[in-house]
Design a protein around this ligand. Structure first.
Ligand code: UD1
Ligand code: MG
Length: 456
């Protein structure tokens, strides 16, 4: 059955003390709100509406669009119940089930949404299913009050916000996660009856529970297996806690799929990575963007891969690889930096303190030590000596250095681009080449410019 969702993201997130809207604060490489939207989409919700405000809408709308979701602005922000009023007003009424979720729950899973959706049964009088969790210290979360007697004991009587709780209510260890599936006509029937008679002078969505029960409907709790999966994030301490839980979850999924992670606590992963079997990730390593690592490779320690495609059986040690492609059986590092769309083919060796920018190294080429190789094309089996610089920038534009197969570039060679070094050519140590070197030619020192033709 098709279903839709309203995601609330209009709160100012004042507890973050930030110029950035709360739901855009990232964890594990994605904004908080991304996780809620993705979980909803993966749960089969086909229409999503995000409630924003005029200050944050420009920043949030593009993210919503990535999930084909519209935004609607709530101004002023008069509470979660008011946000839902604004959301419902922007949707054509429908007879189905509607999910309401908050944009500050990055650990939520599709299964949690599937469970609440499955528990609504308007024909049987169950018009609201909401996620609760038992947790040791629910501190600022709303408390779930169960009916004290009778057959309704398995249901929910009301939700009381922490700031409105009596001491006895504060002691309740069951919290409101902020994930709801409503029968939409029943939600519409009560949403305009909310009042702001509470500590925060806001319209609370949570007060719909009592209104529905007064109308003779049933509200059922869906108790989450693990409270950590439904924690809302309100400040940066909670953000760091959520990041640690999420990172651990990502690490565990890869470990269970055959990846060795020496120290999950210092391995920083993002969603949607592809890591092959028997890859070993060493400590202090960050893998992000659309990174792929082939089977049997060793990554780290102290390494960052972002937007990197790494082949099989590579070893990337203490290095940074950004937006670049590495073939099979390649050794990189320690202390190498490969970036800007570089392509490193099979069996290449890149050693200490070598920087590659937008450079292709063909198979079996080597650059063992201390080199800047920018805007270059390096032929098969070419050897780049220590201290080689591709002088790619003439002060105005970047120029290309092309090196043929089997060329030998001596230590401390400066190759002033644009320049072509022929196949099998050799530059001696300390060469400053300002003209092309022919295939097989051997030069040393400054081979100079070809002399201009004399006029006499
Ligand atoms: C809310 C719940 C609380 C629950 C907790 C779970 C209410 C009244 N309280 O409290 O029971 O335990 O979440 O994390 O619902 N928002 C708007 N417009 C507004 C106000 C808020 O869109 O006018 C959005 C916020 O951007 C946020 C979400 O609604 O994404 C929740 O608001 P927040 O202020 O974080 O509520 P909590 O105090 O956490
Ligand atoms: Mg919150």
């Amino acid at each position: 059955m098709s279903s839709r969702a309203i995601v609330l993201a209009a709160g100012m997130g004042t507890r973050m003390k930030s110029a950035l809207p709360k739901v855009l604060h990232p964890l594990c490489g994605r904004p908080m709100l991304w996780y809620t939207l993705r979980a909803l989409r993966d749960a089969g919700v086909d229409e999503m509406l995000v409630v924003t405000n005029p200050q944050v809408d420009v920043a949030i709308a593009p993210l919503a669009q990535d999930f084909s979701a519209r935004t609607v602005m709530q101004d002023p922000q008069r509470g979660t119940g008011h946000a839902v009023q604004v959301g419902l007003a922007a949707l054509v009424p429908s007879a189905g089930t509607i999910v309401i979720a908050y944009g500050d729950m990055p650990l939520v899973t599709p299964a949690i949404f599937e469970n609440v959706l499955a528990d609504v049964d308007a024909d049987a009088g169950t018009v609201l299913a909401l996620v609760t969790a038992r947790m040791p210290l629910p501190s600022g979360f709303g408390r779930i009050v169960r009916p004290s007697t009778g057959s309704g004991r398995s249901g929910v009587a009301k939700i009381v916000e922490a700031r409105d709780c009596t001491p006895a209510e504060l002691a309740i260890d069951e919290m409101n996660a902020g994930i709801y599936a409503f029968d939409e006509p029943n939600l519409r029937a009560v949403i305009d009856k909310l009042s702001d008679n509470n500590a925060q002078r806001e319209l609370y969505l949570t007060d719909t529970v009592e209104l529905l029960i007064e109308a003779g409907r049933r509200v059922v709790p869906v108790v989450a297996d693990d409270y950590r999966a439904v924690l809302g994030v309100n400040d940066r301490v909670e953000l760091a806690n959520a990041r640690a839980v999420l990172n651990r979850t990502l690490c565990e999924a890869h470990m269970r799929a055959g990846v060795t992670i020496i120290d999950p606590a210092t391995t920083y992963l993002e969603p949607d990575l592809v890591i092959g079997q028997d890859v070993t990730v060493h400590p202090n390593t960050t893998l992000g963007g659309t990174t792929t690592v082939g089977a049997g490779s060793e990554i780290g320690p102290n390494t960052r891969l972002h937007g990197a495609t790494v082949g099989v059986n590579c070893a990337i040690r203490e290095s940074v690889v950004v937006d670049s492609r590495i073939g099979d059986d390649v050794g990189v590092g320690p202390f190498a930096h490969i970036r800007g769309g570089s392509i490193v083919e099979d069996h290449v060796h890149i050693g200490n303190f070598v920087e590659l920018k937008k450079t292709t190294m063909h198979a079996n080429a080597k650059a063992g030590h201390l080199a800047y190789l920018g805007d270059g094309i390096i032929g098969e089996r070419a050897n780049i000596g220590a201290g080689t610089i591709f002088c790619n920038y003439d002060g105005k534009k970047k120029n290309t250095t092309t090196i043929g197969a089997d060329a030998f570039i001596g230590s401390n060679s400066s190759l002033v681009a644009p320049i072509t070094i022929g196949a099998g050519a050799l530059t001696g140590a300390g060469t400053v080449a300002i003209r092309d070197i022919a295939p097989g030619e051997r030069v040393v020192g400054n081979p100079g410019r070809p002399l201009p033709a004399t006029s006499s």
